[in-house]
Design a protein around this ligand. Sequence first.
Ligand SMILES: *Cc1c(COP(=O)(O)O)cnc(C)c1O
Length: 362
Amino acid sequence: MDVNRICNFNAGPAALPEPVLQELQANILSFQTCCMSILEISHRSSDFDAVINDAVARTKRLLGIGEDYHVLFLQGGASLQFAMIPMNFLTEDRKADYINTGTWSTKAIKEAEIQKKNFTVAASSEDRNFAYIPKNFSFTPDATYVHITSNNTIKGTQWAKLPDTGSVPLVADMSSDFMCRPIDMSRFGMIYVGAQKNIGPAGVCMVVVRDDMLKLIPDGLPTMLDYRTHVEKNSMYNTPPCFAIYTVQLVLKWLEETIGGLGEMEKINLKKADTLYSAFDESNFYNGTADRDSRSLMNVTFRLPDEDLEKRFIAEAAQNGLGGLKGHRSVGGCRASIYNATTVESVEKLVSFMKDFEKKNQ
Ligand SMILES: *Cc1c(COP(=O)(O)O)cnc(C)c1O
C-alpha cells in the first residue's frame, strides 16, 4: 500500500491487519453478488447471512468448539456484559466469585454490586496497584461462575495459566487477548470480547456462551438483555452492527488462512513480547511495571526515569513513525500494545528507537 501509515501501538481501537483493511477498501463499493456496498444492504439479505455465518463458523474452528457453544455479536461493548452476566446467571439462590486484577475487573464487580447480587471477591492484586496476577484464591465451592479478566489492558498483566476452579466454569473478559493464543475452552462457561482491541473495529462485542449456561437464565429479563434472545435469532433480533461484523469476519479469515491458526499466532506474539521485554531486562532506563511472571503478551507497560523523559519519549517516537505509546490516562507512563495485527517489524523498529533514545538521554 503506497499510503503513509505509521507503526500503531494503540490500546484500542487498535491496529487491524493491513490485508483486512485492503480487502475492506476493495469491497466497499460493491459487495459480492449484490452490487451494493455492505454498508447499504439488509442484515436479512443472503449476502449478510453468509458473512455472519462464516464469522461464527471460523470462530468455532479457531477456538476448537462445537455445537455446545453459541457465538453472538452484540452491542453495548464489553461494558454492557459486566451488567448482563450477573443479570442472566445470578438469581437469588446463586452466588459468584470475582477475581480483581485491575480497572476492568473492578468495573465488572461494580455491576454485580449495583444489582445487589451475591458474590465474593476471591482474590485481588489491588494491594500492589494490580502489578501481578494473584496466586492464592479462596473460591466458593458451589459458585455459579468465577469471573476473571484474562488480560489487563491498562495494568499490562495477563493470566499465564488459568486458576483451578474445580468444576465451576470460568466467565472471562477476553477483550484484549482474545485469539492471541490457543485456549482450553472447556474451562469456560462464557467469554466476552469488545472487538476493538484484538479482533476488529469498535461497535461489536463478541460473546461465546456454553449451552448449559442458558438454562440458568430467569424469565422476565428485558428482551435485549437476555442472552437467549440473541441465541435464538443468530444475533439478529434487531439490526446488528453489520460493518463491524464483516470486518471481524475478515480478521478471522486472516487468522485462519494467512496466519495459520492460534498456535501460529501465539508463536508470533511470543516473539514480539520477548523482543520488547528483553529490551527492559537489558536496561536500567526502561522499567516494566508488571511482575515478570504476570507480564502481558498484548499490552507492555513501562516507565522511564521521570515523567519529563516519558513525555519526550512519546513525542519523539511519534516523530519517528511509532504511534500510540502513551500509557492509560489513569496510570501514566508508557504502553506499547502489541496485539495480533502488530507486526514483528513494528516491534523491532520500536526496540531500535528505544535503544537510541536511551543512549541519548542517559
Ligand atoms: C477496553 C476493555 C473493556 C471495555 O470495552 P468496551 O467495549 O469499551 O465496553 C473491557 N474490558 C477490557 C479488558 C478492555 O480492554
